[in-house]
Design a protein around this ligand. Structure first.
Ligand SMILES: [Zn+2]
Length: 61
């Protein structure tokens, strides 16, 4: 009566999390700004391509 309970050892929390990893830094060379875990990009706010507003002759104070 040997029932083999499909028992694979519980392998800790090794699965990839959906949350962005903490401790990432901007990929811009020489930047090294630490990215927020809520930042799904690879660059910091200053170097993210989409984060650069175009100034149409307006001065941003
Ligand atoms: Zn940066």
């Amino acid at each position: 009566m040997s029932r083999s309970v499909s028992g694979h050892p519980i392998s800790g929390n090794d699965r990839p999390s959906k949350a962005f990893r903490a401790g990432r830094v901007c990929l811009e060379d020489g930047c090294g700004t630490r990215l927020s875990i809520y930042n799904n990009g690879k660059f910091c706010a200053q170097h993210a391509p989409m984060a650069v507003p175009r100034t149409r002759g307006r001065k941003i104070a």
